[in-house]
Design a protein around this ligand. Sequence first.
Ligand SMILES: Cc1cn([C@H]2C[C@H](O)[C@@H](COP(=O)(O)OP(=O)(O)O[C@H]3O[C@H](C)C(=O)[C@H](O)[C@H]3O)O2)c(=O)[nH]c1=O
Length: 180
Amino acid sequence: MDHKLFDIEGLVEFTPRVFADDRGYFLETFSMKWFEAVGIQPNFVQDNQSVSKKGVLRGLHFQKPPFAQGKLVRVATGKALDVAVDIRKNSPTYGQHVTCLLDSEKQNVFYIPEGFAHGFVALEEGTTFLYKCTNFYASATEGGLLWSDPALNIDWGLTDPLVSPKDEILPLLQDFDSPF
Ligand SMILES: Cc1cn([C@H]2C[C@H](O)[C@@H](COP(=O)(O)OP(=O)(O)O[C@H]3O[C@H](C)C(=O)[C@H](O)[C@H]3O)O2)c(=O)[nH]c1=O
């Protein structure tokens, strides 16, 4: 298991070992040992799955405390550019983001702690996006940021993604009062 830390505190990319043989391949897609190695103890309580057409952009979303979610995200098939925006008010990297290319060939896994707005764009048709969450779904606590906000300066790699109407009306960072 290799892991990579980022300039924004709390984000971790894990790259499990893939065991290929003439039958196919095997890998461990999650282990608490990964987190013990980096001193994090997330308590995952819910697994999610979404499948997206190529060009679909979901996000940028979060749940407000006390229902904030840490997420461990990966793609089982396809490819996605994953984005985590730091919305922790007292963070020196507030408003900054990290991108992580999730690839079902590399099988890398990205951990995003509470205090981040999360989104991704599917780069291949039928990208299957899987993630573990550290809190249950609580729709009344959902919030978000507009994916295309120039102040976030996110390069999604495409100019005309397929975005849901509810995501197109999310607030700009300048109008946003973070609950974190
Ligand atoms: C998130 C969620 C949704 N739902 C239901 C509610 C809706 O009827 C339907 C689709 O939900 P939504 O349009 O919010 O799905 P996404 O746009 O993929 O939302 C996700 O997108 C970004 C990438 C995230 O990080 C979050 O996990 C989540 O906000 O699933 C549930 O029943 N449970 C859930 O945990």
